[in-house]
Design a protein. Sequence first.
Length: 250
Amino acid sequence: MRTQIKTADELQAMRRSGKILAQILQELKELTVVGMPTIEIDRIAREKLKQHNAQAPFLNYDGFPASICISINDEIAHGIPNDYELRDNDLVHLDFGVSIEGMITDAGIAYILGDKPTADQERLLKGTKKALDEGILLVRDGVRTGDIGAKIESVLKRYQLDVVYELGGHGVGHTVHEDPYIANYGTAGTGETLLAGMTVAIEPNVSLKGHEMILDSNGWTYKTKSGALAAQFEHTVLITETGSEILTLV
C-alpha cells in the first residue's frame, strides 16, 4: 500500500491541481443560471479542464458517468448531471475533482440559485460552511480523526442541523478516496492520528432535518430520507507540523 505521506513533488502537483479546481468551481457557480440543464455544467467543467491541461478524476471512477457531481435540494451527494433544468431558489451543490500529473484534489461548494434564499437555506449553508472551517482549524500534525468529527458535529448542533452519518471525509491525492476515513461526528481523542504530509478532504455532509439517507434508483445519488434540503462544503487540506494548508483555494 502506498504511503499517504506525499512527497514535495507530489504536493506541488496538488497545489496546482487545487488552484485550478477552486477557480473552475467559482466560474461554474457564476455561470449557473435558471433554466440551465445540469448536464451543461458538466460540459463546461470538461472544457475548462482541457483549457488547463488537467484531467477529471471523477469521470468513470467506479463507473461514475460525469466529470462533476451536481446535487440539487434534497440530494446529499453523487448527483449525476442530467437534463434537469435549474429553477429559481434551487440549492445547488457542486463536488469536483481535478488531477494534475496524476495527483488529485477534491472540493465542493453549495449555493442558492437566485437572490432570495429562505431562512432555512441560509442556516443550512452558513452552518455547513462554519463546520468545515472550524474542523479545518483543528488540523495539524498529531490531530485525530475523532477530534475533527467531534468539532464538526458540535458546530452543526449549534445550527440545529443534522449530520449524515454514513458519509464523511477521506484521504485524497494518489486516488480519489484514500485512507483515512474522517467521519463528521465522533469523540475527541479517538480515531486515527493524522501526520504532517498527509492530504485529506474534509467534507461535512449535512441535512436540514434528519440524518437518514436513501439511494436513488440511478444507483449513485444519495438523498435525505425526510426530503429535507442537504448541503456540503469541502476542501482538500495538507497537514503540516504547525497547522494546515488548504490546497483548494484560488
